[in-house]
Ligand binder design. Structure first.
Ligand SMILES: NC(=O)c1ccc[n+]([C@@H]2O[C@H](COP(=O)([O-])OP(=O)(O)OC[C@H]3O[C@@H](n4cnc5c(N)ncnc54)[C@H](OP(=O)(O)O)[C@@H]3O)[C@@H](O)[C@H]2O)c1
Length: 373
């Protein structure tokens, strides 16, 4: 018969078992805890990766200089070192002769950095994961909707933006070094907690302001955003299974109408986005900006970029990846910006309220003339 002490112990153990965890946590628990080395880990994507791996039950070690957010993860092992394209500068001595089940290289786009770390670690890990980007795809194919992982990558050509050719070249060099043990992820624009790129911020702030705002184009142009925590969860899924090869992580495309509708919904605003055709905006001196920021961030109606935000994540979804609702991403993103010290960080809309009001007034007048109202 079970005495009181054994009963209490059994109850406590049952409470600690995975079945007692809330449904969102349970699927994350790794079947076999692994030793994971994260190269980086303390800026934006890195912390999400570290958190996802720890929650999954893995033992995580970080390797970085100790410059960015050094107070993060006080309970995890941190190895200090220095990565550099110059062999005379770099310092990997803290890694010693240690071995890991998986190494995740989170951040570099310089192929020399990516290659050097992989050369040092390839014989000391069973799996190597590298965070690339959709920027690795050859821009000649950005017009095609539904791009898949086998599409051509940028050549190593100095006329191509260093980040874009660097990610492509890093992938090639790592593939040559690690063959079947490599996992590459190619995220699209990543949003969420700790994100400091104010593309989505412009739309959320306009929605928060209420009233009428320009919805650029027809509303049918596409946009893709992926949550930083979803990218992190895929990397951990890839370790747990394990999954090798290359995976786009872009999420499901949204039309701009859906995207701005979500911005209105998440800010609980009464804002209205008035759809103004591209040609009319052009006549007002308001054009999309190739930088992804500008006056209408993430709006890319250019025919040569039509497919850039319709990249297929089918392979990742088929492997078991899931995407959280965009409104959760937007809320965490907004909360992070709102938590920043306004003395240290501030933001100004590149589309001034005056210029926007002028263009909207002109559009209304032109519409009235057209309809004879
Ligand atoms: N943002 C997007 O929309 C987007 C889209 C697609 C792909 N991506 C990719 O997502 C990744 C985001 O990376 P992240 O910056 O957020 O990574 P992270 O791992 O969070 O941060 C960068 C890490 O690198 C370390 N580091 C910097 N210089 C170093 C050096 N010389 N030697 C050793 N460690 C060094 C930093 O720590 P210390 O400073 O302390 O050394 C920090 O921990 C990148 O690969 C990016 O290309 C981003």
């Amino acid at each position: 018969m079970m005495n009181r002490r054994r009963f209490l112990k059994a109850s406590l153990l049952a409470a600690a078992a995975p079945a007692a965890l809330p449904p969102l946590v349970r699927p994350l628990l790794a079947s076999a805890p692994k030793k994971v080395l994260v190269l980086g880990g303390t800026s934006f994507l890195g912390p999400a990766v570290v958190e996802a791996a720890v929650v999954a039950g893995h033992t995580v070690t970080l390797f970085n200089r100790g410059v960015t957010n050094p107070g993060l993860f006080p309970n995890l092992e941190k190895l200090r070192g220095f990565r550099s394209p110059e062999a005379t500068d770099e310092n990997f001595s803290a890694l010693g002769e240690r071995r890991w089940d998986a190494v995740i290289d989170v951040w570099p786009s310089d192929p020399a950095l990516a290659e050097t770390a992989a050369r040092r670690l390839r014989d000391r890990t069973k799996q190597y994961l590298y965070v690339s980007s959709i920027a690795a795809y050859d821009a000649k194919d950005w017009a095609k909707p539904g791009l898949t992982e086998d599409a051509p990558l940028n050549p190593w050509d100095p006329s191509i933006r260093a980040y874009n050719r660097g990610k492509a070249e890093s992938e090639r060099r790592l593939n040559a070094l690690l063959d079947g043990r490599l996992t590459v992820v190619r995220p699209g624009p990543i949003k969420g907690d700790r994100d400091t790129t104010p593309d989505l911020l412009a739309w959320l702030r306009r929605a928060q302001a209420g009233g009428a705002h320009i919805g650029p184009g027809s509303g049918e142009d596409h946009v893709q955003k992926v949550d930083v925590k979803d990218v992190a969860r895929f990397l951990v899924l890839a370790i747990d299974r394990p999954l090798h090869g290359t995976y786009n992580l872009t999420g499901v495309p949204m039309t701009f109408r859906e995207y701005l509708g979500q911005c209105v919904a998440v800010t609980r605003s009464d804002a209205e986005f008035v759809w103004v055709p591209q040609e009319f905006l052009h006549a007002q001196g308001l054009d999309p900006d190739p930088s992804f920021l500008g006056k209408f961030p993430s709006w890319h109606p250019e025919p040569e970029r039509r497919g850039l935000f319709q990249i297929s994540s089918r392979k990742a979804f088929d492997a078991g990846w899931t995407q959280r609702p965009f409104q959760e991403t937007a809320l965490e993103y907004l909360w992070y910006f709102d938590s920043l010290d306004p003395v240290v960080w501030s933001w100004t809309d590149e589309l001034s309220p005056e210029a926007e009001a002028r263009a909207l007034k002109a559009w209304r007048e032109a519409s009235q003339r057209r309809t004879g109202a």
